[in-house]
Design a protein around this ligand. Structure first.
Ligand code: DGL
Length: 267
């Protein structure tokens, strides 16, 4: 049976839209409700306790919108809150780590693995522990890049400042096979990162890998939307006084995105 209810997606800001974009490419018929917790941005510098609390509030908001499954489209919330919320809620909830680790495991050429993410994500060791347990012969290099998510919210992803910042953060990452963009804001810097590391390093956008897994979950749980029409999406923000609109219109190449943005009251 077709399940036309929307999928809920959650991030602290504009970053999760990189996941939404990939998800829509692979699952165009699904409806989506996106929540950007812009009022509490950035998540990357907050404690694990705060991240769990904010993630639960986000999930409760999405559940009120009658979503059928939830994507934690945020590396910081995935690494620190996913386990906890998966225990507490019955609805399928997936984060950005597992699908990417599974992908790397299957690509036997990718063993020198770089990870860049927020300070909270790197501190939590969410990526490191998962990779060590799944791919024991992987050699990891990792770095927290706290300036990148705020720069992405500002729309500074391709200018000189972005180039210099990327250069500085990526020192020491030249001998790797792949680089995981462990924060969903970072695909916005993909061009700069690829230029810096060269073509032989595979840059991994976690949203691409997650989109396929979510599709499998929907099929297994018979929750797929079988409509032949393109699904729609709505965006809720906890604070609308941001650059979100500008960055989102550029990323999604959608000039009518303004009509899709609403203020969310998350208590
Ligand atoms: N997009 C987020 C992540 O994937 C959060 C960035 C932030 O709020 O600091 O980690």
């Amino acid at each position: 049976m077709a399940d036309t209810r929307p999928i809920g997606m959650f991030d602290s800001g504009v970053g999760g839209l990189t996941v939404l974009k990939e998800f829509r490419k692979q699952n165009p018929q699904e409806n989506i409700i996106y929540l950007g917790d812009t009022k509490s941005f950035p998540y990357g510098s907050k404690s694990k306790e705060s991240i769990i609390e904010l993630t639960k509030k986000g999930i409760d908001f999405l559940l009120e919108k009658n979503v059928k499954a939830i994507v934690i489209a945020c590396g910081t919330a995935t690494s620190q809150a996913l386990e906890e919320v998966q225990k507490q809620y019955k609805i399928p909830i997936i984060g950005i780590i597992d699908s990417t680790v599974q992908y790397i495991k299957e690509q036997t050429k990718l063993r020198k693995v770089g990870i860049i993410a927020t300070t909270g994500t790197i501190r939590s060791k969410g990526w490191q522990n998962k990779i060590h347990s799944q791919i024991p012969d992987a050699v990891l290099s990792y770095k927290a890049c706290p300036l990148l998510a705020p720069m992405a919210e500002e729309g500074w992803t391709e200018n000189e400042i972005a180039k210099l910042t990327i250069q500085e953060y990526l020192k020491g990452f030249y001998d790797i096979d792949c680089l995981i963009l462990g924060c969903t804001h970072y695909p916005l810097f993909k061009k700069c990162i690829q230029e810096e590391l060269g073509k032989k390093v595979e840059i991994i956008n976690t949203g691409e890998k997650l989109a396929k897994d979510m599709q499998k979950i929907l099929i297994n749980e018979q929750k797929q939307n079988e409509s032949t029409e393109e699904g729609n999406f709505e965006i809720y923000l906890t604070d609308t006084e941001t650059n979100f609109l500008r960055v989102a219109s550029k990323l999604l190449k959608d000039t009518e995105i303004k009509e899709k943005i609403k203020k969310a009251d998350v208590e």
